[in-house]
Design a protein around this ligand. Structure first.
Ligand code: HBI
Length: 96
């Protein structure tokens, strides 16, 4: 399935519904930082996200240190943001 890059208008309207996420990489990605009580909570979240990523075949770029998880979403196949990223961000928020 070809994955279409969002136009800047599409991007802005979708992101209005994702206020916790910020544009990154000159608008080609979105990013959010999650902070948990401790490492165990953070890693449990990462495990849930990993299972989701495999299920959707759409994988985050992420960094973890102790109780903090930084997630960046972009669609390599589209060379920027696609609907896959928007849908994934919404599902990741529900897993936090
Ligand atoms: N994950 N974030 C992200 N972006 C992609 O384009 C992507 C992916 N996971 C798997 C995937 N693409 C496959 O369709 C192959 O392109 C690797």
């Amino acid at each position: 399935m070809s994955v279409e890059k969002l136009t800047s208008e599409e991007r802005d309207s979708w992101l209005a519904a994702l206020p916790q996420w910020a544009l990154a990489r000159d608008g080609d990605a979105i990013a959010r930082t999650f902070t948990f009580a401790d490492f165990s909570e953070a890693f449990g979240f990462m495990t849930r996200v990993a299972i989701l990523a495999e299920k959707r075949d759409h994988h985050p770029e992420w960094f973890n240190v102790y109780n903090r998880v930084e997630i960046t979403l972009t669609t390599h196949d589209a060379g920027g943001l696609s609907l896959r990223d928007v849908k994934m961000a919404r599902k990741i928020d529900a897993l936090a």
